[in-house]
Design a protein around this ligand. Structure first.
Ligand code: F6P
Length: 418
């Protein structure tokens, strides 16, 4: 009997509004290419180590399910932040993973994730080559942070940027309505750890009907508290309502995160990342004391990565496309690679998939170039905004039931292994 050709797919790292569109792309393409089964790891490689996986055909039954999956935020299969040890440090863990893959007749292992997750693809593909195993290992890019190397942008970024731009506009409007004969400062805190792509996306709010944020602080440039205060005081003399966008990851010149000046927990994930939150609250309290006016902190937090109700059509379609492209690449014999998005043209916007060696991508961070910020690094340039604009275009109507968006959720009673 011919050996089965199965695929296993997992999701890892921080979720996005379109991460499941990539999962849908993997599933649909795998079925169309005649793969026998598509398994889903529950909570990524960490769950797989506990033999937690499902047969996706028990969850996806129709084209409507595919459409729902494309519109469902967060990781359908569950995510993880799990760092595999170096191969020489713990061979047993690799032996266990490959035992499971061989038991399931896995032809290709596909991982949807960011730079930390690509470390998993790198290590597993290295191990396969070192030990003569035949499985293919492919990465599918995903992160709202847009910090992956070699790809023009990452799926998830466009939708988060669209939500952030729109929310910034709404926050600015709200604040303007409140500032009759008195000052108010609103600080918005945006995700993105070390990369300011998302914080810069607040500049999308600037349009015919909105001035956009007054100041934008990205994490790429050290944050100077004194200069910041002077800027704010100067602005307060000129206008009643000031809206400032800050990255969750802005740091002082000595390397301390601004949020660490306030009260943050000690939580650190498997990749050594501190949990960043509280930057806006700290700065709002600081400015209230220094400037003596009303201040407000708005932390967009997980809303910015789960707002599938206003995801960008370009983003959903590209997320689907890269999922399918990873299956195609595996089918054609590629391994140890990640699919990328190449921008073919700006006007009209066109993109195509490419593929790169994952060793050039894993653990790397693509930051906002200094020339895309203004002189004193308190705003972004037109080039920055022009780069993002095509990525936020169009929308997918949510499938509404009783006035609320319907999602596809994992049915644990069906098809769970172990
Ligand atoms: O990696 C994506 C991201 O959303 C970052 O922007 C953010 O710093 C981080 O995840 C938060 O991760 P978690 O939800 O695990 O705290």
């Amino acid at each position: 009997m011919a050996k089965k050709r199965n695929i296993i797919v997992g999701q890892s790292g921080g979720p996005t509004a379109v991460i499941n569109s990539s999962l849908a792309g993997v599933y649909k393409n795998a079925i169309e290419r005649g793969f026998d089964k598509v398994y889903g790891m529950l909570h990524g490689i960490q769950g797989l180590l506990d033999e937690q996986y499902i047969d996706l055909s028990t969850q996806i039954h129709s084209e409507l399910d595919i459409e729902l999956l494309k519109r469902t935020p967060s990781a359908f299969l569950g995510s993880c932040r799990y760092k595999l040890p170096e191969i020489h440090e713990d061979k047993a863990i690799y032996e266990k993973i490959f035992e499971i893959l061989n038991k399931l007749d896995i032809y290709a292992f596909i991982y949807i994730g960011g730079n930390d997750s690509m470390d998993t693809i790198k290590k597993l593909s290295d191990y396969a080559i070192l030990t003569g195993q035949t499985q293919k290992f492919l990465g599918v890019p995903k992160t709202i942070d847009n910090d992956l190397a070699l790809t023009d942008h990452t799926p998830g970024f466009g939708s988060a940027a669209k939500y952030i731009g729109a929310s910034t506009k709404e926050v600015i409007r709200d604040a303007l309505g409140l500032t009759y004969k008195k000052n108010m400062i609103t600080i918005m805190e945006i995700m993105g750890r070390n990369a300011g792509w998302l914080t810069g996306a607040t500049a999308l709010a600037k349009s015919e009907d909105c001035d956009g944020p007054d100041l934008i602080y990205l994490p790429e440039v050290p944050f100077d508290v004194e200069k910041f205060l002077a800027k704010v005081k100067d602005l307060l003399n000129k206008k009643a309502s000031i809206v400032i966008a800050v990255s969750e990851g802005i740091k002082l010149a000595d390397g301390r995160y601004v949020c660490e000046l306030g009260s943050v927990g000690d939580y650190v994930d498997a990749f050594g990342h501190k949990q960043l939150q509280g930057t806006a609250t700290y700065l709002a309290n600081f400015l209230a004391a220094e400037c003596g006016c009303k201040t407000r902190a708005v932390e967009l937090s997980t809303l910015q990565r789960s707002a599938s109700h206003m995801a960008s059509r370009v983003d959903i379609d590209e997320a689907f496309m890269v999922g399918g492209a990873a299956v195609k690449a595996a089918d054609e014999g590629d391994t140890g690679k990640m699919v990328v998005i190449d921008r073919v043209s700006d006007d009209p916007y066109m993109a195509a998939t490419g593929i790169y060696d994952v060793h050039r991508i894993a653990n790397e961070e693509k930051l906002v170039p200094r020339e895309w910020m203004n002189k004193d690094a308190t705003n972004v340039t037109k080039d920055f905004v022009d780069y993002i604009k095509p990525l936020i275009q169009g929308d997918y109507q949510p499938i509404m039931v009783n006035g609320m968006p319907r999602h596809l959720v994992l049915n644990m009673k069906k098809g769970r292994k172990k």
